[in-house]
Design a protein. Structure first.
Length: 216
């Protein structure tokens, strides 16, 4: 079986840099990580566009925004009432961790395992969302496992059907140097190959840059 670093090289050679996560600020990335639950990125972009147009895409502003108002802004992301609750749960928790006058980025100064445990304690923040926040907003060396990653790893024989999120995450962490740019790029490349080739239905294994790596 080929190694995961070989998979990365093949994907990068085919797709090039993905410039992901598309967000200008820490708060924008964090909001996007929550809103992308159970929807596609185009819908998230519309919701974030609403927040930007309203001039409320700011940590303190979002923190104190009435929940129904926030829900209306993020309506395009789907499940908007639930996501408004989850987002404000996250913001309230982070605010409780900051000393007076501290900026949002100060939250990420702690150890990555401590931060991950804290994020997972917030109602509505699961492992994928927590790891997305840590990697893309916090610049921490964690690997994000999503549907595309599970599909690739299972189809190529790295994991079984019952492998847990944390087991897949540890597999990636054990196989790769702990470098934030590498984790960032590899996750984005897995999303790219999942969308174009390693589809849920009718996968194009013949045309896929990883097709030659498949276990026969």
């Amino acid at each position: 079986m080929s190694s995961l670093p070989e998979y990365y090289k093949a994907l990068f050679a085919h797709f090039g840099s993905q410039h992901w996560w598309p967000g200008d600020t820490t708060i924008e990335i964090m909001v996007g990580a929550v809103l992308t639950q159970n929807t596609n990125w185009q819908n998230v972009e519309k919701a974030i566009g609403n927040l930007k147009s309203a001039g409320v895409l700011d940590f303190q502003t979002l923190l104190h925004l009435p929940q129904p108002v926030l829900a209306d802004y993020i309506r395009p992301s789907g499940y908007y009432n639930l996501k408004a609750v989850r987002l404000q749960n996250l913001l309230v928790f982070i605010d409780s961790c900051l000393d007076e006058g501290q900026e949002l980025d100060s939250f990420f100064l702690d150890d990555v395992d401590v931060l991950r445990g804290q994020l997972l304690s917030v109602k509505g923040i699961g492992p994928e969302t927590a790891d997305s926040i840590l990697l893309y907003a916090g610049g921490k060396p964690v690997f994000v496992i999503d549907t595309y990653a599970y599909r690739l790893l299972s189809r190529h024989g790295f994991v079984g059907e019952e492998t847990s999120y944390d087991e897949m995450r540890e597999l990636m962490l054990d196989a790769l140097p702990h470098e934030v740019p590498l984790f960032n790029e590899f996750h984005a490349l897995i999303v790219a190959v999942g969308k174009e080739f390693c589809r849920k239905k009718n996968p194009d294994c013949a045309g896929c840059p990883l097709g030659s790596f498949l276990v026969r």
